[in-house]
Design a protein around this ligand. Sequence first.
Ligand code: KIV
Ligand code: ZN
Length: 514
Amino acid sequence: MADQLIIFDTTLRDGEQSPGASMTRDEKLRIARQLERMRVDVIEAGFPAASPGDFEAVRAVAEAIKDSTVCGLARASENDVRRAGDALKPARSGRIHTFIATSPIHMEKKLRMTPDQVVEQAVKAVGWASEYTDNIEFSAEDAGRSDIDFLCRVFEAVIAAGATTLNVPDTVGYNVPEQFAHTLRTLRERVPNSDKVVWSVHCHNDLGLAVANSLAAVRAGARQVECTVNGLGERAGNAALEEIVMAVRTRRDIFGCETRLDLTQIVPASKLVSGITGFTVQPNKAIVGANAFAHESGIHQDGVLKHRETYEIMRAEDVGWNSNKLVMGKHSGRNAFRTRLQELGIVIESEEHLNHAFARFKELADKKHEIFDEDIQALISDETVTPDHEHFKLVWMKFGSETGESPHARVTVSAGGEERQAEAQGSGPVDAAFRAIDSIVAAGTQLLLYSVNSITTGTDAQGEVTVRLSKDGRIVNGQGADTDIVVASAKAYLNALNKLQSGRLRVNPQAETV
Ligand code: KIV
Ligand code: ZN
């Protein structure tokens, strides 16, 4: 029997560390439910000590998820480990993931600790974690640039203290496949009791080698890979989940192991993550890019039509392409709508929210007669379904542009319940709408990104707009969807302003000392 490769998804933690990818609790919940539907083994839901918001998000994921292990990250400090342990209490299966840096440069310049102190702190952290769970992962941060003898020493000590998964991160994406595989092999050979634990890898993509390094490590005996949907993550990102999973499955002859994932959930997961974070997927991205299965050249098309395997090593439908389902139209009732939400794994917390969502669905059905799953998912953006979370709401807008005339927009926004109206001109109707909103909100933000995507095909498709704003060092994304892209833009802008308004402050786990 082939070994099982554990898929540890860190989209909600390392993925969220990408500037601009920060997510609300409800966004994290939506992604976590999709990861569970995809049958990911471990979901790293966040870093509970980072902020009260992160703690709440991990707790909410721990409460909601039943079929995957939910993991929380903690630096090797008592406070962090206890925060993670507390956030994970509701989990059916929880894991504490604690880490400390082991490379000379990190120990000396960042932690200002001696190697002996690092070993001692690592052992203590595993000890605190063991008061909460026996599912404990230990990571040697920057293992890719650590001394191998020291790594063996730290890992030996944390196994003795109770760690069950040992993670070898290439934190700065410095390694190359043969070297990284050699490190894994050496650790497995030299660390006593190495066969009693699961060896894991966590690779960053600074040199574009995250997937190659992870797969080389699998060949060398790693049985857990840490990865993210679409390769989201710090700087150049983490290893892409879809590439790891499909490489292992397509080349089972080489890797000799298998995952338990429902592959048809890969493309829906990719779309959900890119919709929520606003990080679009490049068309030629393996597996989940729009062109990944498109055969343009005549020779290829001819070959595929005659015999599919001539040019295809995987099937688009196996990873969830073409799963666009025509779900409903304007005659669909409230019960059908509720059932479809359940099938999509979308949880609506109250009848009031369901009514609100259903009213929006009816409005959409009047404008667009074919409604797909993607339309429903866009419509259920959490802030619109849970109106109480919104400080700023779009009440009404009117805009116009005409050849030779300056585009203009008039907007009514409710700010904390008080309606205010403003009018502005701009270089286009979107610009005019943003200026009008600015004069009401006076937020003093900087616009970093504005992008529009069509959710489904056809000119009646909804446009999904992402707006990235920064203010005082915080970066947030806002989304809005509508068949009218100026309205979608105004919604996205207000959505981002609402996130800034919530004023969440958090620390990055790797920027802080213990
Ligand atoms: O890149 C890294 O080293 C990490 C650890 C916390 C696992 O993200
Ligand atoms: Zn990382």
